[in-house]
Ligand binder design. Structure first.
Ligand code: HT9
Ligand code: FE2
Length: 366
């Protein structure tokens, strides 16, 4: 056998895709929601409403199939680049559970893996929570491989470029008489304002990262169309107690305000999501679409990165970048916009857990 001649992935002997997980049949829905919300104080009415969203889709979230497709696409991309590396998949909240995957990796002889999460931005929910789950699952599995979480990639061109093209394609779907005036609405998951203000090493990273990506996408769209579209950052999927402030405006409220102000069209760009999660197919394609009809706005939704070849290749780029860093080599880190490539190792105490400190991997405080 001739050794593969592709790029050097050492010190890694595997890549792990870490995601949220979702139910796949009606019986899964309640236990899944219990997994997600244990100890979170989410009001019962909110849980029942979210359960109904899942039941309306036959009890099946789109997220697992999207991850299966991403996994297949990453394997094919790595193989095509001459990299022979096993790629695993584990979830925080549903089967295949992270701890089971780590046990499988150990049994397969894996000693050190790079971890790509399906979450691009910084905050407790989108970053540290994943790192806590890595710590917890590693502690539960004797002989679990060493894990290096790859950097947050909100501003990696492999994430941003597909969003630009999806926005252009969505604009093209609007009828010509309202296209040029369409407002670009960048949509992301709302989080409690306290969680937002403590995100990242200096605070406010969650919103600043989204504002930067939105500005970059809007500028690139303008460069392509020659039209300057107004753009806003709005939020979906608010949860929690009504007494806790969460990031606003809600996408539905904003659509109503736009219509009241005389706007006729908008493009919803789910920039907070890497693929068509439940938040996208329900909160945007169902609920926000109904709001748009109600107020008479022409609205189209831009595609998420999904399995766009550039997004898939980003996984390889981040893997090779980090492998080189771990070997002590200099690297060029791809990033667009004004913030710069995010750090590999999270700062001590960043994106704190609102319920108090817990062990987390892949940070300066690990
Ligand atoms: C920032 C963020 C992301 C993006 C980053 C990332 O991708 O991680 C995200 C993703 C997701 N959230 C998801 C599902 C849910 N999130 C919930 C609850 C919550 N999310 C929060 C934040 C986020 N969530 C927060 C602050 C809560 C309150 C409870 C808590 O403090 O933890 C609840 C409970 C019911 C409810 O309260 O809505 C559910 C069911 C799914 C799966 C969807 C599918 O099935 O396709 C995905 C990808
Ligand atoms: Fe969520």
């Amino acid at each position: 056998m001739v050794a593969p001649s592709g790029p050097d992935v050492s010190p890694y002997d595997a890549l792990l895709l870490l995601s949220f997980g979702g139910p796949e049949k009606p019986e899964d829905v309640v236990p899944f929601l219990e997994n997600v919300t244990r100890g979170r104080g989410i009001p019962r009415e909110r849980l029942e409403a979210v359960g109904e969203h899942y039941f309306a889709f036959g009890g099946r979230s789109p997220i697992n199939d999207q991850n299966r497709a991403l996994l297949a696409a990453i394997r094919e991309d790595l193989e095509g680049a001459g990299i022979s590396l096993p790629v695993y998949w584990g979830n925080r909240n549903w089967d295949p559970y992270l701890a089971d995957t780590l046990a499988q990796m150990r049994d397969d002889g894996i000693t050190r893996a790079a971890v790509l999460t399906t979450s691009a931005y910084s905050s407790y929910s989108s970053c540290r929570q994943y790192r806590e789950n890595l710590a917890e699952a590693s502690a539960a599995v004797e002989g679990a491989p060493r894990l290096d979480r790859l950097r947050q990639y909100f501003n990696h061109p492999g994430f941003v470029e597909p969003v630009v093209d999806a926005t252009l394609a969505a604009l093209a779907e609007l009828s010509q008489d309202v296209r040029d005036e369409a407002v670009l609405l960048f949509v992301t998951h709302s989080i409690p304002t306290d969680m937002a203000s403590t995100s990242g090493p200096e605070g406010d990273a969650y919103v600043r990262q989204h504002v930067d990506v939105a500005g970059e996408v809007a500028a690139r769209v303008q460069a392509q169309t020659g039209r300057r579209h107004a753009h806003d950052l709005v939020y979906c999927s608010r949860s929690g107690s009504p007494h806790t402030p969460w990031l606003e405006p809600d996408v539905n409220d904003h659509l109503r305000a736009l219509a009241a102000g005389g706007a006729r069209s908008a493009v919803l760009i789910p920039v907070g999501f890497v693929s068509d999660h439940m938040e996208v197919v329900y909160d945007l394609d169902t609920e926000a679409a109904e709001t748009a009809v109600e107020v008479g706005l022409a609205v189209v939704r831009a595609a998420t990165p999904g399995v766009d070849t550039r997004f898939v290749a980003m996984a390889r780029d981040l893997l090779l970048e980090r492998a080189a860093v771990e070997r002590g080599e200099d690297v060029t880190r791809a990033a667009v916009g004004n913030i710069g490539a995010w750090r590999d190792i999270c700062a001590a105490g960043c994106c704190p857990n609102p319920r108090g400190p817990r062990p987390a991997l892949c940070g300066a405080d690990a």
